[in-house]
Design a protein around this ligand. Structure first.
Ligand code: CO8
Length: 264
């Protein structure tokens, strides 16, 4: 499918989705949000894609938030509809069955930070900047930032960021756990692709199971989470990949995962 605001490429098993509105630092317009949602649908039904990378076009921005030109014209009802649509799309991202790495290559503000928060983990370039500056616009985060940032970095740090609207650089974001790795700008994609390839070489069933159990387990008590792990573990053992992985170890060879989601 062709998109106006997104570049979508698939190379081997790794897909790269590039937010592409250079005119507004890749800000999220209604069109971009619709296209983002459609690409996620496309990815979730394509079994050949094992890992998704998100990034922004240009050297300056990942995503500079919702498009403020559009935002400024919304009445309360339209804002509710836009925010709900954003939540649906970002939930879809968080629950995509495959791993998602955000390659944050510049400003990730407002909705941009919220997209990074719903990814599985973040690598950032040294010039990346994170923040939820909505308070400065007289609003609050509307795509899950008040909830996901709090869960990730804790109540007090999240409150400070949200109440002040302050922007933080990549190294501080790494210190507080928002970023896994900080890279030189010209090495960011290389590092992300390297990690994506390591992941895409693993078994598809176990990757999906691990992501699902980690995500769902984060919202329940430990006993329930461990029970979910037990069930998912049993499901993995029924896959061809588990047979291949365990037998490859015993035969002292590298496993060749077919990644079939079916137990043929
Ligand atoms: N929306 C629209 N246009 C933008 C945005 C944006 N978010 N960010 C930048 N632009 C435009 C600028 O207007 C400018 O356009 P032009 O050249 O036509 O004047 C161009 O991009 C380049 O930007 P700057 O000249 O401002 O570049 P600087 O290097 O001086 O500054 C910044 C870069 C710091 C990133 C600055 O552009 C900025 O502060 N941008 C806004 C960041 C922001 O506040 N984001 C949060 C938006 S609100 C949000 O995300 C809420 C999500 C949930 C919504 C729920 C809705 C109901």
């Amino acid at each position: 499918m062709e998109y106006n605001t997104i570049i979508f490429q698939v190379e081997e098993a790794v897909a790269t989705l590039t937010f592409n509105r250079p005119i507004a630092l890749n800000a999220i317009s209604t069109e971009l949000l619709n296209e983002f949602s459609n690409v996620l649908d496309e990815i979730s039904t394509n079994e050949a894609i094992r890992v998704l990378i998100l990034t922004g076009s240009g050297e300056k921005a990942f995503v500079a938030g919702a498009d403020i030109t559009e935002l400024a014209k919304l009445n309360a009802l339209q804002a509710k509809i836009f925010s709900a649509q954003g939540h649906r799309t970002i939930n879809k991202l968080q629950h995509l069955p495959i791993p998602v790495i955000a390659a944050v290559n510049g400003y990730a503000l407002g909705g941009g930070t919220e997209i990074a928060l719903a990814s599985d983990f973040v690598y950032a370039s040294e010039n990346a900047v994170f923040g939820l500056p909505e308070i400065t616009l007289g609003i609050i985060p509307g795509f899950g930032g008040t909830q996901r940032l709090t869960r990730l970095i804790g109540l007090n740090r999240a409150k400070e960021m949200i109440f002040t609207g302050k922007m933080i650089k990549a190294d501080e974001a790494q210190t507080i756990g928002m970023v896994n790795k900080v890279c030189a700008p010209d090495k960011l994609m290389e590092e992300v692709v390297k990690t994506a390839k390591i992941i895409s070489g693993k078994g598809a069933v176990s990757l999906r199971a691990a992501k699902q159990v980690i995500n769902n387990g984060a919202n329940v008590d430990l006993t329930t989470g461990c029970q979910m792990e037990t069930d998912a573990f049993a499901l993995c053992m029924a896959s061809e990949d588990a047979y291949e992985g365990t037998h490859a170890f015993l035969e002292k060879r590298v496993p060749e995962f077919k990644g079939s989601l079916l137990n043929e």
